[in-house]
Write a protein that binds this ligand. Structure first.
Ligand SMILES: [Zn+2]
Ligand SMILES: [Zn+2]
Length: 137
């Protein structure tokens, strides 16, 4: 299934229509790895600010978008149906959010660690903080 098909289905499942603002917000999210709300608003010049906020709220309830903790703020990126599951490393100097490669062994280890405490792991967020390549040089 293409991202567009998943997107359309997510909305149809809850009897929501694909409006121009919703499509614009989705396109902007698709074309960027992750965005702050301000960047998302800038990337949708034809959509007013209030509509962007409303659309993000709706998308969040439908798991179309998720908030990635980034220091004490957050960035927005498409939900896991649209992307492979991965973690992020945040640069503490410039704030860049770098998607790390997927690692099935790491995922399995976390399930196992949780299971050792009889805990059923449903999701996790790992935030790695450091200094990016650009800020090192
Ligand atoms: Zn940096
Ligand atoms: Zn993971």
């Amino acid at each position: 299934m293409s991202s567009q098909t998943i997107f359309e289905k997510s909305l149809k499942d809850v009897h929501q229509s694909i409006t121009k603002p919703r499509q614009a917000v989705f396109d902007a999210l698709q074309h960027h790895q992750s965005l702050t709300t301000a960047q998302l608003i800038a990337a949708c010049p034809d959509v007013d600010r209030a509509s962007v906020y409303r659309t993000v709220d709706l998308f969040e309830t439908l798991d179309i978008v998720k908030r990635i903790p980034n220091g004490w703020k957050y960035r927005l990126e498409l939900g896991e149906a649209f992307l492979e599951h991965h973690h992020h490393a945040t640069c503490r100097i410039c704030g860049a959010s770098i998607a790390l490669p997927e690692n099935p062994a790491l995922e399995k280890t976390m399930q196992e660690l949780a299971a050792r405490r009889s805990f059923t792991l449903e999701s996790h967020q790992i935030e790695l903080v450091g200094i990016c390549e650009a800020c090192t040089s």
